[in-house]
Design a protein around this ligand. Sequence first.
Ligand code: GLN
Ligand code: ZN
Length: 770
Amino acid sequence: MIKTHVLGFPRIGAQRELKFALERHWRGEIDTDTLEATAARLRAAHWRLQQQAGLDFVAVGDFALYDHVASLIQLFGCEPARFGFDGSEPPLQRYFAMARGAPTHAHAEGCGCGATDPQALEMTKWFDTNYHYLVPEFDEATAFSLHAERLLAEVGEAIALPASPKVVLLGPVSFLHLGKSKVAGFDRLGLLERLLPVYEQLLLRLAARGVTCVQLDEPVLGLDLDERWQQALRSAYARLATAEPQQQLLLATYFSPLQQNLALACELPVGGLHVDAVRAPEELLDVARRLPRERVLSVGIIDGRNVWRADLDAALARLREVLELRGGRLWVAPSCSLLHVPLRLRDDAAVDGELRLWLAGAEEKLDELRVLKRALWGDEASVAAELAASRAARAARAASPRVRRVAVAERLRALPAEADRRASPFAVRQQAQRERLQLPAFPTTTIGSFPQTAEIRAARAAFKRGELDEAAYREAMQREIALAVHRQEELGLDMLVHGEAERNDMVEYFGEQLDGFAFTANGWVQSYGSRCVKPPLLYGDVARPRAMTVEWSRYAQGLTPRPMKGMLTGPITILQWSFVRDDQARADTALQIALAIRDEVADLEQAGIAAIQIDEPAIREGLPLRRAQWDAYLGWATCAFRIAASPVRDDTQIHTHMCYAEFNDILPAIAAMDADVITIETSRSDMELLRGFGSFRYPNEIGPGVYDIHSPRVPGRGEMLRLLRKAAEVIPADRLWINPDCGLKTRQWPEVTAALKEMVEAARELRAAA
Ligand code: GLN
Ligand code: ZN
C-alpha cells in the first residue's frame, strides 16, 4: 500500500492572515479568541488542501502561532525559570513572553523599579534554512511535564473535519540538541532521562485520542554526531518503542545526508523512517536495502526547499526502484516540511505566464504527490495529462532562452585564472590606498544604510504604484542622499556612504536589475514569528544589462570631497537569500552573480569611487551542515567574492561586511577573501569575537563594530572607547577602523546622529592619545 503525506505545511496563510492577526493581537486590537479563530481557520484550510490532494494523513502539530520549537517548550512544560511565570498566566501570554520578551510589570514612566525585563528566548537558524527557531534553555533544574491541551485540541479539530491526523513533533534528541545549556559545562543530554517519560505520556494520550501515526523529527541525524548523541538516539527510541506498541512512529530526517548515521537510522526500532532523497539521493537505495522489511520507508522525493516543479518521471523511476526492493510499504512525501516554500506560486500575479509554469509552491507540491501516488498505484492513465503537462513544463524550462545565455557560459569559460586575484599583495595595496585616501588614524565610517524614513518608503510605494514618475522618484532619493551626506560631513565622519535610500532590500535591489531573477507578488516564507520574507527566484543565467548603483554613487561623491564608499551586495549573500535554480551547481550560480558584481565594481572605479564595500553577511550561513563539506563550500564562496572584488587597481579599497556571525571557525576563509577592510559585528560580544582575528593574525584592516545598532539606545563615548582599547589589544592600531555594528536603516535619525557623534568623538580621543 503506497501512502502520501507531508512532514509539515506553511502556516502563515495565502494572504499572510496569521501574520496580520498576530500583529493586531500584539497591538491589542484583537483578543485571544479572535487570534485563535484565525489560526483554526488556517489549519482547517490547510488540512483540506492536504485531503484534496489525497494524502493519507493531514499533518497536525506542525502549526504554531510563533514557532514550533517554542510550542514544544510549552508542551513539555520547560519554560525557563528566568521568566518568573507562576503558572497563573494564560499560556498564550507566557508563549509570547518567551518569543518576544516580557515586561515583568507595566512600568510607569521612570518608575525606577530597577527590574530588568526578561529577554526573549534567543533565536537561531533552523539548520541551513532561513527559518529561525526559539532556542530552548536547559540547566540542572530543568524539569518536564506534559501540557498537551493545545495539541490535543488541534488533533480534535482535525478528527472533526473529518481527517486522519498524523501528529508531527520534534524528537527528544533533536529537541535537546537544538537547545542550549545555560551554564557552561552543563550537559543537556543528561536531561534525556527526564524528558522521555513525558514523550511516553504524550504518545499514550495521542493514542487514546485515536492518533495512529506520530512523526518524530530527528534532523540531527543529518549532522556530525559524536558517540554520545548516537547512543542517546539508540536509548531514546528503544524506550519509546516499548511505550506504545499500537502506534506507528515515523522517524523523520531531512536537509542532509545520513552518512555515518545511516546504519543507526535504519536500526532504530520505529515503525518507519523518512529520508530526504533530494539532499541525499545517493543514500536512498542503501537505506531501502538496509531498513528492515516490515518497516515503512518514506521517501522525500519532492523538493521541500525549493520552488521548481519536480521531474515526475525521474521521481517515478526512483520510487519504482524502491518498490522493487521493498514491496508495498512505501510512503511518498516532500523532502522536508513545506514550511520553507511559499504556499502557492502557480497563479502569482507578479510572475509572467511562462515562468509560472515552472514553479511549485506547497499547494502545487501537494498536487505532485497526488499524481505520483496515482501513477504508482498503476493508474497512470488517469494522470497521463498531468504527467504530460509536467514534462512539457520541465522541457520548456530547460529549453528556454531565458535560462541559458551563451555569453555567460562563454565568459566563465574564458575567465583568466588570475581573475580572482588583486594585482598586488595587501601591503602594496595598503600603501597605495593610504596615499590616495589620506585618511586619519582610526578612520570612521558606517556600514551603508541610513534610516529608511516614512518619507522614503512613501516615495518608493508611490513610484511602484505609478503615482510618482521616475524623474520625481530620482529627485526624492537624491534629496535623501544629499541629506545623509551633509549629516555625515557635519558629524565629521571620514569615509562616507550614500545611505541606501533607494534600496528596499539589499538582495531584491540587485535582483531587480539583473537578468535571471524574477519576483513574486505573494511568495512569502516565514522567517520567524510574524516575519516573512519574499525571496527572489533566480531562474536563469545571471547577467547585468546595465550599471546598477553607479549613478547614485557618482551623485553622492559629487556632493563631497571626502571619499564615498560604493555599496554592493556580494554574490554569496544574493545566492543564499534567493530560491536558486536546481539545474546547475550552486557554485556555478555564485560565479555568475560574481561576474555581474565584478562589472559593477569596475564601473564604480571608473566613475571615480575610491572605496567599494561588498557586503557578505550570509557567507557563514551557507556553510554545509557537515564539516567535511565546509572546505569545498568555502573554496568556491571565497573565490566568488574575490572574482567580484578583484578587477580594481591597487589604490581602490575593497571593503566587506559581515554580521550576526561567529567567525572563529572560518577565519582562514575570511582572510582568503582578501578584502582590504572588513567591518564586523562585535559590540554585543564585548569585542570577544575579535580575539580570534588577533590570534589568527588576520592580515588586513578591520572595523570592529563599536556599538549595537539593534537597539535605539545611544551609547556613550566612554563605552566605545573601552571597546576600542580592547580591540587595540589584539589588532595593531594602524589597522583599526571605527564603525557601528551594522547598517542603520531600522533606526531613527535622532538616535543615529547622537550615536555617531559619540563615535566620532571617541575616534578623536583615541587619536589624541596615540
Ligand atoms: N550595507 C548594508 C546596510 O548597511 C549591510 C546590511 C547587512 O549587513 N545585513 O544596511
Ligand atoms: Zn550587518
